[in-house]
Design a protein around this ligand. Structure first.
Ligand code: GDP
Ligand code: MG
Length: 208
């Protein structure tokens, strides 16, 4: 199989969002995940609003289509269409900014209201590398995550620590939910017709 064909073969397609206050490192997390390097400020004009990557989760190929708010969050204009059909989200705060942590409840309310009921959210305490300036403890955030049924990791878009893990853990949980019968409506998920599954009588329908 050619390189191009290989890179377009996948079993599932998930829409992912990256949400949270401006300045928390959302664009850098997306960039680090896709490019495996830190996006320094000199190239911030290249406002990437969208990225995609195929990952292997327990032997299944999952294509993540990741949407970045690309600055809209500054104007509180993140729209319903941004949330529509999302299967997973990274909810990001900055461990050195309590203000960004305090905003999490609002982001969560929007995500639960505007996205699928079954959206899987992973809380990411970003800028883990700036531990000396920390304003939010790991323990406090992990309690918040537990109370709100979120997964939780501290990440660093600068060093790359836990960045891939955040996306992979979220995708794994979505796959588990699908296996237990949960359906993601809209364009949230599409099980593509790979040769193995095309003829399966009960192959999952995307409903879109
Ligand atoms: P966004 O507004 O949420 O998209 O945030 P950006 O990705 O634009 O990042 C905001 C600022 O935080 C930039 O100056 C980044 O260089 C910096 N930044 C992002 N992630 C990290 C990180 O993990 N560690 C450190 N030290 N700085 C980061
Ligand atoms: Mg950004």
């Amino acid at each position: 199989m050619s390189q191009t064909a290989m890179s377009e073969t996948y079993d599932f397609l998930f829409k992912f969002l990256v949400i949270g206050n401006a300045g928390t490192g959302k664009s850098c997390l997306l960039h680090q995940f896709i490019e495996k390097k830190f996006k320094d400020d000199s190239n911030h004009t290249i406002g990437v609003e969208f990225g995609s990557k195929i990952i292997n989760v327990g032997g299944k190929y999952v294509k993540l289509q990741i949407w970045d708010t690309a600055g809209q969050e500054r104007f509180r204009s993140v729209t319903r269409s941004y949330y529509r059909g999302a299967a997973g989200a990274l909810l990001v705060y900055d461990i050195t900014s309590r203000e960004t942590y305090n905003a999490l409840t609002n982001w969560l309310t929007d995500a639960r209201m505007l996205a699928s009921q079954n959206i899987v959210i992973i809380l990411c305490g970003n800028k883990k590398d700036l531990d000396a300036d920390r304003e939010v403890t790991f323990l406090e955030a992990s309690r918040f995550a537990q109370e709100n049924e979120l997964m939780f990791l501290e990440t660093s878009a600068l060093t790359g620590e836990n960045v891939e893990e955040a996306f992979v853990q979220c995708a794994r949980k979505i796959l588990n939910k699908i296996e237990s019968g949960i359906q993601y409506g809209d364009a949230a998920l599409r099980q593509l017709r790979s040769p193995r599954r095309a003829q399966a009588p009960n192959a999952q329908e995307c409903g879109c």
